[in-house]
Design a protein around this ligand. Sequence first.
Ligand code: SAH
Length: 482
Amino acid sequence: MPQANAKLNAFPVFMRVEGEAVAIVGGGEAALAKARLVGQSSAVLRIIAQTAEAELLSFIAATGAVHVAAAYEAAHLEGATIVFAASGDEALDRRVVEDARRLSIPVNAVDRPELCDFFTPALVNRAPVAIAIGTEGAGPVLAQMLRGRIDRMLSPSLGALATLAASFRGTAERLPKGTGRRRFWRDFFAGAPARAVEAGEFARAHDAAVELLVSDAPASGHIALVGAGPGAEDLLTLRAHRLLMEADVIVHDALVPEAIVAMGRRDAERLPVGKRKGCHSKSQEEINALLVELGREGKRVVRLKSGDPLVFGRAGEEMAALRDAGIAYEVVPGVTAAFAAAADFELPLTLRGVSSSLVFTTGHDLKGNSLPDWAKLAISGATVAVYMGRSVAAEVAGRLIEAGLSPDTAVAVVENASLGNRRRFHGTLADLPSLEARADLAGPVMTIIGDAVAGANFERSEPLAAHRHEDTASATAEGVEQ
Ligand code: SAH
């Protein structure tokens, strides 16, 4: 909320410039910057510069802007809708400002706010949608920062969606004014048409919009299976962030940090569905049924899973349930824990001449006598990333050694990869069983095994086997981390 006494001294408006002349006086960098900005519109640029720098000349050549290659005179401004004084020469810029005012043309003088009739905004351009950010000349850096933030929030296909919307304006007028029409537009911008445009499927978007017009059925729901990444908030993808902000309901696993769940709309419903080892708050069948039910209610749901949703995330079962129920869904990839752990260790998962394949596996299929299929790969040099491997560390090590992998093979372990409280351990396959006994590791743990691990940076890691003085060891480690 603005403070009661905070009034804008510059009021934003959008000016029609299609086919109109915009005059820019100047031949250097400032003139080029303005030319580039105004060049995002369909105005006809008129650049008045007796001499122009090479870059400006090539801009003129590339865009077909009009170049008046003569010493400036007031007549050059005639017929322009707006004028920029961007010569960099104070006396000349003042003259341009005076001439423009005499001709009643609004004028902007670069870097001289006191001479400006208007300010140019930092611009987020999703034509025909534009977001202009102004700070009344107080903070161009601030404006650029805001621009970046807003730009990331908005789908790259927003312009295409707005164009499609414009083509439905007339037809939508036939809907009853008020709720009916509002609902159509809400479902248009947030529902199936928007999703189809996002996917680059314009014909389908058109059909979906027609369907919305003719059908009385409530908008169909949509489930996004979204990877939340390994834990650090800023390892979330921009797409995941955008979907989170649009979701009506967020269904999340226990491993997804609160800070990420909190990124959704304030009024979004948040449903934790648990699944920490040993305390499943909902069975997978119950989760599948919940997603189907929410989809049937027409909700836009983000199903947040840690890491990547397609890696040990049971997304397969959820997708099958949604497919069977005819509910639309999409998958948004995330940074999987193995990648985050490798990054924390500066560990090359593939290493030229050492390891050219990568196995994502879990320790939990080791029951029984048969050797897991990936053991052969490990022996032939693959790097192995073990998910959910802590409680079966001894089993994993034992079976791999039994299968012929050297007990000296390097092993890296990361608890809470990507997070501020992460801990790193290094050792060999022979040390790995000690992991099971550690009571001091409460977070999720990733184990990476293979010769490529030897290429990691062990500077900030603790030896895996030396955990006899657990309390001191963990205190020191935390000291290092923070
Ligand atoms: N879909 C997730 C994996 C879910 S299985 C992904 O792609 O990462 C859960 C296992 O992932 C944990 O037992 C642990 O082995 C691993 N894991 C998840 N987050 C982790 C983190 N921040 N640090 C280390 N391991 C992690």
